[in-house]
Design a protein around this ligand. Structure first.
Ligand SMILES: [Zn+2]
Length: 279
């Protein structure tokens, strides 16, 4: 997810607890249309395997990325193709976001022996990481890193102020920005979450995922992406950008009233109606 500024190494472990994502099997996806379920869902994982020291592995440099691939994660014959796919993903998310990286980004691909794939972004250090294993398709790692890239691009666009951003907007933007890498063929996040809202299985937007089941976290990330999509499409990018830098971390903490002249609760009602009437 996002980086850890001004935090000592000793404090990183517990702080990371809210900022990691993991892609799991389709079976935990709550959508009533399983054929459209995503290849990745999100959940918190323990940060024990996150690497913050010197990186070990094979280095591959592409246009904007310095990629380090740990041993036994990606077969050597596939590593250059994988690196090219990461560069394509960065180009794609930059285009969706409307702004690219300000400097090079380091992408570390580590081994997660249990194959519980997950990622993290240290945006102050310009480093994104994904942990995966050789038995998982490499596209899953690309999907995760597409989301992590957007966290870096958000810092490059909004500055360090984004580190205190409203969780709805932080994770909503990173998920929305990952676009097709998270949509599993759906054309929009609006269409993706529509069945949940129609079925009454959605959650209030201002919900913390801490301590919640994986399926709830997955639901929240996609709902938040759809809410970001709604704010941009209905109210425009300028106001979204103004809103993005007003939060204080907690979900729902951004200044919705100040930017849109109405509270989150009212915007949420509008969003729900907008999703339900999705064409
Ligand atoms: Zn994230």
């Amino acid at each position: 997810m996002i980086s850890l500024p001004h935090i000592s190494r000793a404090a990183i472990g517990p702080t990371l607890l809210g900022v990691l994502i993991v892609a799991l099997a389709l079976l935990v996806h709550p959508a009533p249309r399983p054929s459209l379920a995503p290849a990745s869902v999100v959940a918190e994982v323990a940060p024990a395997q996150t690497t913050t020291g010197p990186l070990q592995g094979t280095s591959i440099t592409v246009q904007w990325l310095d990629i380090v691939i740990a041993e036994d994660v990606i077969p050597p014959a596939d590593q250059q193709a994988f690196a090219n796919e990461l560069e394509q993903a960065l180009t794609y998310v930059s285009s969706r976001l409307g702004s690219g990286p300000s400097e090079r980004i380091t992408a570390y691909v580590g081994l997660e022996a249990s194959c519980g794939i997950h990622g993290v972004a240290y945006t102050n250090e310009r480093m994104v990481q994904v942990y995966t294993c050789s038995s998982l398709p490499r596209g899953r790692a690309v999907n995760i890193l597409a989301h992590e890239f957007v966290h870096q691009l958000a810092q490059d666009r909004y500055g360090e102020r984004h580190l205190q951003g409203d969780l709805i907007l932080l994770e909503g933007l990173a998920t929305w920005g990952a676009g097709s890498y998270w949509l599993s063929g759906e054309e929009s996040f609006r269409a993706f979450v529509m069945p949940w809202l129609a079925a009454g299985t959605s959650l209030p937007l201002a919900t913390s995922y801490v301590g919640r089941p994986i399926g709830d976290m997955n639901t929240l990330y996609y709902q938040w992406a759809s809410f970001v999509e709604f704010l941009m499409q209905v109210y425009g990018r300028e106001r979204f950008d103004a809103l993005y830098v007003t939060g204080s971390s907690d979900p729902g903490s951004a200044d919705y009233q100040g930017v849109y002249g109405k509270p989150l609760a009212e915007l949420e009602q509008e969003w729900r109606a907008w999703v339900i009437t999705s064409p």
